[in-house]
Design a protein around this ligand. Structure first.
Ligand SMILES: Nc1ncnc2c1ncn2[C@@H]1O[C@H](COP(=O)(O)OP(=O)(O)O)[C@@H](O)[C@H]1O
Ligand SMILES: [Mg+2]
Length: 344
């Protein structure tokens, strides 16, 4: 029986209707056969709901045209097609690394995927912020990321679904790096060069949002979500993006600073052993140069980090600026300098 739309646990009417239409469009049942639609909170870029039909629970995801962030940030809704393509392709390369895609609906601009939830499943970010994780998952996340990058760089990889350079620019290099350059005129040449180089690269399949808030951990193995930035691009972006989150957590959580900085290292070591497509030293230098720029972007770009207090934000700004002006070329140098400067 269809759930009542006045049920407070239910999605708002529009999302409820879209989820029912999605189920019908994908041929899983009629709109009336959907037993429940529950809005999941947490997403800033999309509407996500848990949808139960014929006793099976799925997740439905629809991209939002305007992101739920303080600044005006618009992004094309067709990016959910790129997300679906990444989730499917990554799951072929590394089984279990992404929720299984049930189907994508062009008219509804949304898709249905496996519901990855249960008592033993946690979000990596939540675990780190609560102190339950001190970054131990880093190596587990890095290894499959390298496998995906290796597969995406291989000859014969079907690049067609991932020609998303314009979207990547709109939702990554513009709001992060170019927006930050506008706040720091003295650093602008460096930040704009970085942004241009990233936008020009087509080396491999990049996820584009490898953040602990987009990584579930299921029986000790990561499940990557939220691939709507997926593009052919520079693998250094994914690595720098993820270790940047560890650096920001290290700034935020003094008690876990050492293990979180060590986790940046562990991430790199695990990832580096899977680099097959280019010189590891060159990639490492790009990561070490980009991470401080992304760190500054989380202070002064369009997607500021929400958990740092004012004093820590100012301190991170200062550290990031110094690392951009005098860029390290190895992860060891980067983390050593972070360690030295984060603790006053
Ligand atoms: N397939 C899924 N199974 C279980 N939970 C999911 C799934 N997809 C998303 N979620 C939940 O919704 C949250 C937001 O999803 P995400 O894809 O990251 O959306 P957004 O693009 O809005 O950030 C995730 O942090 C997770 O808690
Ligand atoms: Mg997300």
């Amino acid at each position: 029986m269809a759930a009542s739309r006045s049920d407070p646990m239910n999605a708002e009417p529009d999302l409820d209707a879209r989820c029912r239409a999605l189920v019908a469009d994908l041929g899983l049942g009629t709109a009336a056969e959907v037993a429940s639609v529950t809005h999941l909170t947490g997403g800033v870029a999309s509407d996500i709901a848990r949808v139960v039909v014929h006793g099976t629970s799925y997740c439905a995801k629809f991209a939002l045209a305007r992101l739920r962030v303080a600044q005006d940030w618009r992004a094309p809704v067709h990016r959910s097609r790129a997300e679906c393509a990444w989730l499917s392709r990554a799951g072929e390369i590394v089984p279990g690394i992404a929720p299984k895609v049930v189907g994508y609906s062009d008219p509804l601009q949304g898709f249905l995927m496996e519901d990855v939830s249960g008592p033993d499943i946690y979000l990596w970010k939540t675990a780190m912020l609560s102190g339950a994780s001190r970054g131990e998952e880093a190596a587990l996340v890095a290894a499959p990321l390298a496998q995906i990058h290796a597969a995406g760089a291989a000859p014969g990889f079907d690049r067609h679904p991932f020609r998303n350079a314009a979207d990547f620019r709109a939702i990554r290099t513009d709001p992060y790096l170019r927006a930050t350059a506008a706040h720091h005129p003295d650093l602008a040449p460096r930040l704009l060069d970085l942004a241009d180089a990233i936008d020009a690269a087509t080396t491999t399949l990049v996820h584009g949002d490898v953040s602990p808030k987009n990584i579930l951990v299921r029986t000790g193995a990561p499940v990557f979500l939220d691939a709507e930035c997926a593009t052919m691009g520079d693998p250094a972006f994914d690595v720098a993006f993820c270790i940047n989150h560890l650096a920001l957590k290290a700034a935020h959580l003094p008690a876990n600073r050492q293990p979180l900085l060590a986790a940046m290292h562990a991430f790199w070591a695990s990832y580096a052993s899977g680099i097959t497509w280019e010189d590891a030293g060159a990639l490492q230098a790009r990561v070490a140069t980009l991470q401080p720029a992304l760190m500054l972007a989380r202070i002064d770009g369009k997607s500021p980090v929400e958990y740092l207090d004012d004093a820590t934000r100012a301190h991170v700004r200062h550290i990031a600026r110094a690392l951009i002006l005098d860029a390290p070329d190895t992860i060891a140098t980067l983390t050593a300098r972070l360690e030295r400067t984060l603790t006053p």
